[in-house]
Design a protein around this ligand. Structure first.
Ligand code: GDU
Length: 587
C-alpha cells in the first residue's frame, strides 16, 4: 500500500515514527489487511466509525423489536418422535457437509495448545478432533450402506485462524487426518482485523510498527465458505445440508442425526440446536423479534450480554429470569446450526457471506471517547439469519433437546468454572466436559435397557468441581451413531450389568448378550471385524482417577486443567484387528 492511501484511510499516524524496513513491513501488512476484508480497509474504517458512533450514542440494535419465544421442535430422547427424526436424519447425512469452527484461542480455558487437540475424555485419550472425524466417518459408513454408493464421502471444513492453523495442520498430519481421505477435509484460515483505538477508527500499533490485530469472530466462517469456493463445490456435489459445530462439544454428534431429521422434515433454511437455558448462562437465547412499525419479524440468537437489557427494555422488567420451569423461556443457543445448502448458497452468492458486525468497546471515560484497550469489529456465525431478514419465505426454526444428549463445552479454567457453576449451574470445564461424555454413555446404555445407574450417583470433587463417580462409559461412533443403533447392539439388555466403579469402551461392530462388568473393559473391533460377546464376566481393579496438584508443572497440562490423572491398575482388552467375527463365551 502506498503512503497516500494510508493517509486517505485516516491512518497516517501509523507512519509517523517508522522509516526504512519497519515502514516497508507496515505498508505490506496494510496491503494484506486491505485485501482480506470484504470491501477493503476503507469499508472497515467506515463500518467502525458507524458502529462506534452508534455505540457512543447508546443505540440499541434491537430498538423497536419485541422478543417472543419462537416456535420450534422439542425432542425428547427415548420417544418414537426422536427415533423418527433420527431415521430421517440418517437418510440425509450422506448429503450433509460439516463445518467445525476452530479459530478461537480459548483464552478462558487457559490451555496453551489448540482446543481440538484436548482429550475429550482420558479413558481413551482421544482428542476432540479425532472424535469429530470418527463421527463423520461412522455416519459416512452408514450413508454408504443406505445408498449403496461405496464412494460417498462426507466433507468436513475446518475454520482455523492465525492462532490455531499451524497446530491444526500438524495434528491432522501426525494422525493421518484421523482416517479421513485426502481432500475430504478443507481448512479455511480466518484472518484478523485491525484493532481500533478511538471512535474515529484509528488503528492500534505494536511496538515494532505493525498494526495490532484481533480476531474478527466466528461469523467469518460464512464468507470463507464462499470465498474459498467450498460451498460451490459442496452444492455441485449434491450436498443438501450444512452443519456447523464448535470446537469442544464432545457429545454433539449424539444429537445431529435427529436434528438433521428435523431440518429435513420442516425444510428449515436455518435450524438452531438449542438447550434449556439457565438465566445468566453464557449462551445466547433464540428469540423471535417482532417489529410492529416495520412489520418485520426475525428469529435469531440474542447474545447473552444483550438478552438481559433487551428483556428489561421490553417484556420483562426483571430482565433475564427463569419462568416456572426454572429455565429462561428463551431456548439456549449452542451454536450448532443446520442450514439448507440450496438457500445458503444463494444467499452467499448474493452477499458474499459478510455478516453484520458489532463492536463492544470498554469505555475509559464518561464521554465515551476513550477505550480501556483497543477494540475491533466482530461478527458471529449465528447472526446469519440477519441476511434472510428481507426474505419472507425463509424458514428459521430451532430444535430443542435435553442438554445431556447434545451440549457440554469445555471453555473455562477450573477457578472460573467454579464461579460459573455457582452462578449458572454449568462449569464448562475440562472435567465437566469429560464427565458429561461418560454420562451420555450411561444414558444411552440405560435407554437400550442395560442395567446401569444413571441417577443418584455420588460425586467427588477435583479442584473444587464436582465429578460424578458413575461408570465411565465411552461409546465410540463406530459402535453406534443413533440411539436405535445402540439399542440394537444388545440382544438381551437385561443381562448386561455395569457397576458404578467400572469403565467401558465399546469401539466398532460389537454385539453384546450377557455381560457382568465390575472393573475395566475395552472392546475394540477394527473396521470389517465383528465381536460378539455371548457371555462375559469381568472382575478387575479397573481404572481410578486420582487427584493431582494443578500447580505441579511436572504434570501434563491436559491433566492439570482437570485436577486428576488416571491410574490403570488392571484392565481387560478384547480386540479384533482382522476382518471376521470373534465370539467371546467365558462365564
Ligand atoms: N471461534 C472462531 N473464530 C473466532 C472466535 C471463535 O473460530 O474468531 C470459534 C471457537 O473456536 C469456538 C466457537 O467459535 O469453536 C465459539 O467461540 P467461543 O467458544 O468463544 O464462543 P462463546 O462462548 O463466546 O459463545 C458461543 C455463542 C453463544 C453460545 C456459546 C455456547 O456465541 O451464543 O452458543 O457459544 O458454547
Amino acid at each position: 500500500m502506498d503512503v497516500e492511501r494510508v493517509d486517505e484511510l485516516g491512518q497516517g499516524h501509523l507512519l509517523e515514527e517508522f522509516e526504512g524496513e519497519a515502514r516497508e513491513a507496515l505498508l505490506e501488512q496494510l496491503a494484506q489487511l486491505d485485501k482480506q476484508y470484504p470491501g477493503g480497509l476503507e469499508a472497515y474504517v467506515d463500518n467502525a466509525q458507524t458502529l462506534l458512533a452508534a455505540s457512543k450514542a447508546g443505540d440499541n440494535p434491537y430498538d423497536g423489536y419485541v422478543p417472543a419465544v419462537p416456535l420450534g421442535e422439542r425432542l425428547q430422547t427415548a420417544t418414537s418422535q426422536f427415533d423418527e427424526c433420527e431415521e430421517l436424519g440418517m437418510k440425509n447425512v450422506g448429503k450433509t457437509g460439516f463445518v467445525l469452527v476452530a479459530g478461537g484461542l480459548g483464552e478462558r480455558l487457559g490451555y496453551n495448545g489448540i482446543k481440538v487437540a484436548l482429550p475429550h475424555e482420558i479413558i481413551t485419550g482421544k482428542c476432540f478432533l479425532e472424535v469429530y472425524c470418527a463421527s463423520i466417518l461412522a455416519l459416512q459408513e452408514r450413508a454408504r450402506s443406505l445408498s449403496g454408493d461405496s464412494s460417498l464421502e462426507i466433507p468436513l471444513a475446518i475454520m482455523t485462524s492465525g492462532d490455531t492453523h499451524e497446530k491444526t495442520v500438524e495434528l491432522l498430519h501426525k494422525h493421518g487426518n484421523f482416517g479421513m481421505a485426502a481432500g475430504q477435509i478443507t481448512l479455511m484460515k480466518q484472518e484478523k482485523v485491525p484493532a481500533i483505538v478511538d471512535n474515529e477508527g484509528h488503528f492500534a500499533q505494536e511496538d515494532d510498527g505493525l498494526v495490532a490485530t484481533k480476531p474478527h469472530g466466528h461469523g467469518d466462517v460464512h464468507s470463507l465458505l464462499h470465498s474459498t469456493g467450498t460451498l460451490d463445490d459442496w452444492k455441485e456435489r449434491g450436498i443438501e445440508w450444512v452443519v456447523f459445530f464448535q470446537d469442544t462439544n464432545g457429545i454433539v454428534f449424539r444429537a445431529l442425526p435427529s436434528a438433521i431429521g428435523v431440518s429435513a422434515m420442516h425444510n428449515f433454511d436455518v435450524n438452531s440446536l438449542t438447550v434449556p437455558r439457565r438465566p445468566g448462562e453464557a449462551v445466547g437465547g433464540i428469540c423471535q423479534l417482532d417489529n410492529e412499525e416495520t412489520g418485520k419479524s426475525l428469529t435469531i440468537n440474542v447474545e447473552y450480554n444483550q438478552l438481559d437489557p433487551l428483556l428489561r427494555a421490553t417484556t420483562s422488567p426483571e430482565g433475564d429470569v427463569a419462568d416456572e420451569t426454572g429455565y429462561s423461556p428463551y431456548p439456549g443457543n449452542i451454536n450448532v446450526l443446520i442450514f439448507r445448502c440450496e438457500s445458503y448458497h444463494r444467499v452467499l452468492s448474493e452477499t458474499g457471506g459478510a455478516i453484520p458486525e458489532f463492536v463492544n468497546p470498554k469505555y475509559a471515560d464518561e464521554e465515551k471517547t476513550k477505550f480501556k484497550k483497543p477494540t475491533r469489529l466482530e461478527c458471529m456465525m449465528q447472526d446469519y439469519p440477519k441476511l434472510l431478514a428481507d426474505d419472507p419465505d425463509a424458514k428459521v426454526g430451532f430444535t430443542q433437546m435435553e442438554r445431556s444428549i447434545c451440549f457440554s463445552a469445555v471453555k473455562n479454567n477450573p477457578a472460573d468454572a467454579l464461579g460459573k457453576l455457582k452462578s449458572s449451574g454449568f462449569a464448562e470445564s475440562a472435567s465437566s466436559g469429560e464427565s458429561d461424555v461418560y454420562a451420555v454413555g450411561r444414558l444411552l446404555l440405560a435407554m437400550a435397557g442395560v442395567q446401569i445407574k444413571t441417577a443418584d450417583i455420588p460425586s467427588t470433587t477435583f479442584l473444587g468441581l464436582p465429578f460424578p463417580l458413575g461408570a465411565k462409559v465411552v461409546l465410540c461412533p463406530s459402535f453406534g451413531t443413533t440411539v436405535k443403533e445402540i439399542r440394537e447392539r444388545f440382544v438381551s439388555p437385561e443381562n448386561v450389568k455395569i457397576s458404578e466403579r467400572s469403565s467401558l469402551v465399546l469401539d466398532g461392530d460389537i454385539f453384546i448378550e450377557n455381560l457382568d462388568l465390575d472393573g475395566d473393559l475395552r472392546v475394540i473391533a477394527a473396521p470389517g471385524a465383528k465381536i460378539h460377546i455371548k457371555n462375559l464376566t469381568v472382575r478387575n481393579e479397573g481404572v481410578t482417577f486420582t487427584e493431582v496438584d494443578a500447580d505441579d508443572m511436572s504434570v501434563d497440562e491436559i491433566y492439570r486443567i482437570r485436577g486428576y490423572v488416571k491410574e490403570e491398575s488392571e484392565t481387560m482388552v478384547i480386540q479384533q484387528s482382522e476382518p471376521g467375527e470373534t465370539v467371546i463365551d467365558r462365564k
